[in-house]
Structure formats: C-alpha cells, structure tokens
Design a protein around this ligand. Sequence first.
Ligand code: APR
Length: 329
Amino acid sequence: MPIEIVRNDITKMRVDAIVNAANESLLGGGGVDGAIHRAAGPQLLEECRSLHGCKTGDAKITKGYDLPCKYVIHTVGPIWTDGLHGEEKLLRSCYQKSLQLAQEHGCTSIAFPLISSGVYGYPKDQALRVATDTIRDFLIRNTDDTDMLVYIVVFDKTSFKISGKLYAGIAEYIDDNYAFEHSDRRHRRIAQLESSRVFEDTLADCMCAPKEIGSLEEALGMIDESFASMVLRKIDEKGMTDPECYKKANLDRKLFSKLRKDNNYRPKKQTALALAIALELSLEETKELLMKAGYALSHSDKGDIIVEYFILNNMYNIFDKSDDFEGEI
Ligand code: APR
C-alpha cells in the first residue's frame, strides 16, 4: 500500500529517508529531533550546522550517518496556536517539500513522524488528517513510474477521538443493523444463513435490473461483466485515470496491473471495498462489485456495517474524517 500508518520508533525504520520534526536552528532538540540526532551520531549535527537553519514549512536534506536510512530530511513544522494562523498551510508545506526532496534524491521509501503534533502542540487527529491528505494528493499528482512507499510513524499510544455526531451515528447504525452480539454455534449458523441471505439479496438486487439498466438482457449482461471490467468501466464513467483510482484506494500499481491484465482477477474483499470507496460507488453498486468478486456486505460483520454507514453518508475518505475518527494505533 503506498501509504501505511505504523507504530514504531522512526530511528529504526529501514527506508531511504526519514523525516525529522526539527526547529528552525536545525541544531537538535527533544522529541523525535533528539532521538534522530542521538541515533545518527555527531556527524549529523556537523552537517546540519552547514545548512544555516531552515524556515518553518521548508525542508533540507542530510545524510543518515549511523541511522539505517540513507537520508534525513529535516523539516520545521508550525507551532499550533488556534488553527487560524496558517498552521495547516505550513504543515502541508512540510510534507510537500519533504516529498519533493525525497523524489529529487531518488527515494522510493520515506517515513514521516506526525510533524508538529508533539512539543508544537498540533492536535494529533488533525495532524494525521493533514498528513494523509497531503501525502495522498502528492502521490496522485506524481503518477510517474517510481512508486514511493510512505510510512507515517506514530510513536506513542495515540487515540483519535470521534466527534459526538459521527460516533452516535455509527453506534446507532450498528445497533440497528448488527446481526448478533456474540456468535455461538447457533448464531454462527444463522450468521452464515444471514450472510448467504445477504448474498442472495445482493444477487437479487443485481438481477432486479437497477434503475440505470433498461432491460433484463442488459441486467444479465451486467451480471456477466467481471469484477475487473466493472472497475475499469467505473473508472471511465468517473473520468478517472488508473493511477488516480489505485492511489486513492491506497493500492499499489503492481496489484492494479493484475486487474488490468486479467479479466478474471479475484481481489481480496478489502481490496474490492477499497476500490468501491475510491470510485465513490453507491451502496447498490458496491454490493454489485463485491458480488462479482464473490463477496457480500454482511450484517454479521461490524467492519462491513461501518463501511456501509460511510457509503450511505457519502463519506468516501475515512482519513478526511480523522478528526471524527477513533482508533488506537
Ligand atoms: N519516532 C517516531 N515518532 C516520534 C519519536 C520517535 N522516536 N519521538 C517522538 N515522536 C513523535 C511524537 O510523539 C509526536 O507525535 O513525533 C511527533 C512530533 O513530536 P516532536 O518531536 O515534539 O516534534 P514537534 O511537535 O514537531 O516539535 C518540534 O520539538 O524536539 C523539538 O527540536 C524540536 O523544537 C522542535 C520541536
């Protein structure tokens, strides 16, 4: 996947470049800055001295020295005051400038900390949203052949809060739709029937000629349409390019070329769901696409119910809702 959020110590990451959340002096400090300088050794500070500082929002590159990476890209994030002093624009610039430097130096893998989200006080959930948005936009814009793997390295146990309305919405939707709280044998049997019923319903949905199909022949034609053909048809209908689609789905190019080449390509369920969300399909179209890959959204799977909730509410980018999104990473 082009963007991965991992929990790790960034000084341990074996990538081409790691990014340092520095200050304008570039002469070291606490937090991740201190950790990187300690792990890289004194030569890093020596080279930093020769750079004569770095402006907030800008980035400069040095070697990695004793670190397991070739380069360190030093960027200076904004100090959070209230979000009304251009903090987001400066934070975006940190990621953009760092990615540009990484690209100019031929890096194919880079690891970012959550810039400004420590001492500089940027709220972590907003910092994550800005990071994922900016990185994804950069990767989509740069559709050249070199696939860059980007890690967002979260160090401390960070939880992101859900805003009341979304939490209440999801909780209520799960209550209304979640088939069973605990699956014992009987429940598992019913759950199987339930998901096969869902499957039959889905099949029935598709067979009942959704509104945009005029005749039964066309409906049957749609059923014969393979998973791959439906994805490619939807890309055309949405006026997207392949890279825009697979990068928005956070899939890598190699996986997508399999779909392009093999009309009988069979994805994993989460790949099929990622493509449905990237293509911003309706719930009916999502069920149809899943069915072509042999899956169904099941009401005995909370994850499926949450995906259903997001699609029904036209929320096609979970990261955009990170200020509304709860998870522990
Ligand atoms: N690996 C990955 N992430 C880390 C590590 C580490 N070893 N250590 C800290 N972090 C995380 C923090 O948990 C935080 O989420 O990096 C994020 C950024 O925190 P800071 O390092 O405090 O950086 P920032 O908020 O941008 O403040 C920069 O702090 O250290 C000084 O010299 C630095 O003055 C500058 C200021």
